[in-house]
Ligand binder design. Structure first.
Ligand SMILES: [Zn+2]
Length: 439
């Protein structure tokens, strides 16, 4: 198409022509030829000649010709793109210089020993971050193996991870755990990971929850050690510490974040309510039929309805619920448990926090005396966490929805990859997908 001397649009200098810049989008790199066959676009590129000094001694280097480097670039218009880079080779003429031969380096094009272009790595990371891409899918589009793709991407993620500025400005911090594998803990380590979530709101009051880190285990130590590692400036900046009702995290917060207000995460409290209903349903099912729920059993038919918020149920669904409850007097307990769980939801959904707090106070005053043991236990748990439970209503719904959103992203990313073998890779990928590697 064009070259350093022959392009009709090129100015009379050795700079690459502007047409090449537009076409390729890589300043300083010019297109020599383009060939397309089926689904492959092969673009031969080079840089214009310029005076080259030895990187060690600065003596003007002698040209030693070129070598062809095959680089995988961002796909274009349905085709894979290969850049065939005619890389310049040089030699230092000074016999006393240790350098000898050296090759041209264009960091904007590709890393020193890379086979994937710099911009293709950036593109791939964006695809992982925003478009739910998978490494194998990206490898396919770039024409490389999974291993090659991950080897190119991973160092860039590690660089983003090592940048401590991603922890700056956090004032509201959540902690949560999830199971990352179901394999053998002797080989893969603990099944649980403790995750730290940034729940800080922006100046407009919006919450963009970010998963800041994942560490192995679910313990006071796991969280406390992480907090210690962040340093005094980070810790003293935390005003609100959200958590699920787990004593280990609470005592880590008490030790490391003495000035922060501990708040029970709304998502986890609502989940406790839903779990209590589930337990009552299973117990009543067993007591009345002598077997686990199966198709045709009234309680089995409504198990999903019982997990939803009443405000989201249609009239038809409410009728189905009523019919299942009326099928047996023993089902009354399921209904009462469901109502209690709905009351808990209502406290969080109340339009103003004063009203929400009043509902929460009523729950604290009544649930623990409920004749249904599962609800009474929930009541005792909430009373034990009284202060942190009520703090939600005095901190302006500090943590609403953030942990849940991050959990959803982690869940999706894990499914897309169909499981992970390596915990470090898992951690980097989850941090990337859930916003933790965005400064
Ligand atoms: Zn030299």
């Amino acid at each position: 198409m064009t070259n350093a001397t022959g392009c009709p649009a090129a100015p009379a200098t050795t700079d690459p022509c502007s047409r090449c810049d537009v076409l390729l989008g890589l300043p300083g790199v010019q297109v020599e030829a383009v060939e397309r066959e089926a689904d492959l676009l092969a673009v031969t590129v080079s840089t214009p000649w310029r005076l080259m000094g030895c990187p060690d001694c600065g003596v003007v280097a002698a040209s030693r010709g070129r070598r062809m480097r095959r680089l995988h670039d961002v796909p274009h218009a349905g085709a894979r793109v290969e850049l065939l880079w005619r890389q310049r080779l040089w030699r230092c003429p000074d016999p006393g210089c240790p350098r000898g031969m050296f090759s041209e380096q264009v960091p904007g094009l590709v890393a020193a020993r890379g086979s994937v272009t710099t911009r293709a790595i950036g593109w791939a990371i964006d695809q992982l971050r925003r478009e739910h891409a998978t490494i194998s899918g990206l490898g396919r589009q770039l024409g490389i193996a999974w291993k090659t793709a991950w080897r190119a991407i991973r160092p860039e993620l590690e660089r983003l991870d090592a940048d401590e500025s991603r922890f700056a400005g956090v004032t509201s911090l959540g902690v949560d755990e999830h199971i990352w594998h179901h394999g053998d803990p002797r080989r893969k380590g603990p099944k649980e990971l403790t995750g730290m979530v940034d729940l800080t709101r922006d100046e407009k009051g919006r919450l963009h929850a970010r998963l800041l880190d994942l560490v192995p285990g679910r313990s006071k130590k796991a969280y406390a050690d992480w907090l210690t590692g962040r340093g005094e400036v980070f810790r003293s900046g935390i005003q609100i510490a959200a958590l699920d009702p787990f004593g280990g995290y609470k005592s880590a917060i008490d030790d490391e974040l003495a000035d922060a207000v501990a708040v029970l995460d709304a998502f986890h409290v609502v989940k406790l309510g839903t779990q209590a209903v589930d337990e009552v349903r299973r117990r009543v099912q067993q007591d009345t039929t002598g077997h686990r729920g199966r198709k045709g059993d009234p309680l089995y038919g409504i198990q999903r309805l019982l997990r939803a918020g009443a405000e989201n149920l249609t009239d038809k669904q409410l009728n189905r619920l009523a019919a299942a409850i009326e099928a047996d007097p023993a089902h009354e307990a399921v209904y009462i448990a469901w109502r209690c769980a709905q009351d808990l939801r209502a406290a969080y959904q109340a339009r103003d926090t004063t009203h929400g707090r009043a509902l929460a106070e009523k729950i604290l005053a009544t649930f623990h005396t409920c004749p249904i043991p599962e609800i009474a236990r929930l009541g005792r748990t909430l009373r034990k966490w009284r202060e942190a439970f009520l703090a939600y209503f005095t901190t302006g719904r500090a943590n609403n929805g953030g942990t849940e959103a991050v959990n959803g992203i982690v869940e999706l990313a894990r499914r897309l990859a169909r499981g992970y073998r390596n915990r470090d890779n898992y951690r980097l990928r989850m941090l990337l997908a859930a916003g933790g590697l965005t400064p």
